[in-house]
Design a protein around this ligand. Sequence first.
Ligand SMILES: Cc1cc2nc3c(=O)[nH]c(=O)nc-3n(C[C@H](O)[C@H](O)[C@H](O)COP(=O)(O)OP(=O)(O)OC[C@H]3O[C@@H](n4cnc5c(N)ncnc54)[C@H](O)[C@@H]3O)c2cc1C
Length: 426
Amino acid sequence: MISDLPESETRDVVIIGGGPAGSVAGAYLARAGMRPLLLEKEKFPRFVIGESLLPYGNDILKELGVWPELEKAGFIKKYGADFSTGFTERFNRYWFRQALDAGYEHTFQVDRAAFDDILLRNARQSGCEVVESAHVTALAHSAKDMISLSYDGPNGRTSLTTSWLVDASGRNGIAGRFLDIPKYPTRQMKMVAIYSHFQGVHRNSGDAAGHTVIVRFKSGWSWLIPLADGKTSVGIVIPADTLREAQGDLKSVFDHHVSSHPDLAERMSRAEGLMPLRATADYSWRFKSFASGRVLLTGDAAGFVDPIFSSGVMLAMKSARLAANTILAARNRQTGLDSGECRQYTAEVAGWMHLYSRIIRSFYERAGFEIFMHPLPYFKIPRSIGYLVGGRMDLPAAQRLRLAVFSVLCALQRFFNLAPPIRSLR
Ligand SMILES: Cc1cc2nc3c(=O)[nH]c(=O)nc-3n(C[C@H](O)[C@H](O)[C@H](O)COP(=O)(O)OP(=O)(O)OC[C@H]3O[C@@H](n4cnc5c(N)ncnc54)[C@H](O)[C@@H]3O)c2cc1C
């Protein structure tokens, strides 16, 4: 990062990144009368992984008016999610209509290139200025409590200053690095995801055809997300060491995991890859704080939550709406956020992440997964887990208590077989 940028134009708010977080922040800020400038380094539509939405993210899509467009876009309707072991030894199906409140019966499995493009256009239509192919390369503090930045864009290098900065640059986390905010892992084991889109993957029947299917391995898991036009997004998530030991050979590692788990092998028996396999390091981390003065971190730029529960897009949109509201509440003053306001923003977003991190930890531990797959119905725990599978984060006290009981049961399962053991994981 350089700190002696020439200063030219002045903006009231700049957003870095045009993924779900950036577009949602841009739309809310523009609708409230600000003049946001969104800088996105790619030209949309662009490929990105992470296609499965959660119903409790629907509210924002409806508020922004994109829901009718999503309905027309031909995306597959998602009514729930299936969890299994690769040996069909244990199987759990969540239907949103059974677990969630009325109005959240379904959401969509989306092609992210198309979905992100719809959101970016919505930001533009809301009054947010969007520049694509604009790569932010430098940030600096500037005079009068402002932020300077420069980007390489369609007209070469441009520099400007801004009163507010929303970082929505995804896992690049450009502002967190610029501010030197400490970063720490939220799960110790480093994982890697290997994935592609396939044609010909066997699907469930009826409404369950649109379910996300999660298959748990002894160490790791895989996803199958049905998309439009007969496409399915399929990926495996495994310890990074496993790929290293295979000298980075994506295909051999992917094929090995598919063929050695009969449930997955059967679904993939006639699958044909539509693009080369890709790999993404998938370890979970977060910055210690998500706000400082005039800078707010949103979505993956604040922290990355393991994608097992498909929470990423919803967390990105919710944190972006909260960031926009935080700026709007403070926009007329001469100063940035005070430390209390920064703490409040961080605590709210970190609280959402923590809710998922806790259940994700259980999913990764053998004992926790055994309880997850057999969650002792008399405590009504399945309903509380169902809320998280659907993306509800403002859980009433009773539901939070049940999740705490769930954690205790997971701990006890290490010593006593409260739930039947799953042989393939032992
Ligand atoms: C393997 C895997 C599977 C996943 N599966 C799911 C899933 O099923 N469901 C789900 O909800 N989530 C899933 N996720 C997570 C989800 O993809 C992210 O949480 C989500 O995309 C975050 O949105 P965002 O807007 O914060 O960041 P992004 O979507 O990453 O957008 C950031 C944008 O910023 C731009 N940018 C970056 N740096 C700069 C720069 N310097 N200048 C200008 N622009 C810049 C990028 O080009 C990008 O367009 C998955 C993630 C992984 C890795």
